[in-house]
Design a protein around this ligand. Structure first.
Ligand code: ZN
Length: 150
């Protein structure tokens, strides 16, 4: 299990060092911004939605390592997914970061299981996901962690 923990920590470090899909997406037709004032994290998510499917996705922002690595990983997870699949993945991710229980299938999102030991950081880990779900719903209100339970 220790090897697995190391592997997952390396996933977070890797996304910090080399963020995926970072920067504005010129072809985006949906944008949402997320703000986590308790930590000072910011995250904008850009989507190109084709029908019900996320054809392309990117994020841009600044903040702590957890928030930025999580947003980077989120973009790799949601690309190509439908809105319903994206919501299901977020539900899985939320379960992992709040309980520390790994998913049934091995998935990089389990790298964030350790976050459950640091409740204040759960908002950091979910920020990008909240912004992405708001973009999917075309909800123009800013996703702020203060309006969510976590
Ligand atoms: Zn943070």
């Amino acid at each position: 299990m220790n090897d697995l923990t190391d592997l997952y920590q390396s996933v977070i470090l890797d996304h910090n060092r080399r963020p995926r899909n970072r920067g504005k997406l010129p072809t985006a037709n949906r944008v949402a911004h997320g703000d986590n004032p308790s930590c000072g994290d910011q995250c904008s998510v850009f989507l190109r939605l084709e029908g019900d499917r996320i054809a392309d996705i990117s994020f841009d922002g600044a903040g702590c390592a957890i928030s930025q690595a999580s947003a980077s990983l989120m973009t790799t997870q949601l690309k190509g997914k439908t809105a319903a699949e994206a919501q299901a993945l977020y539900d899985q991710f939320h379960h992992i970061v709040t309980t520390g229980e790994p998913p049934e299938e091995i998935n990089d999102i389990a790298a964030f299981a350790g976050v459950h030991s640091f409740p204040a950081r759960i908002k950091c880990a979910t920020l990008g996901w909240h912004a992405a779900l708001n973009a999917l719903k075309n909800d123009p209100t800013e996703a702020t962690t203060e309006t969510h339970k976590d």
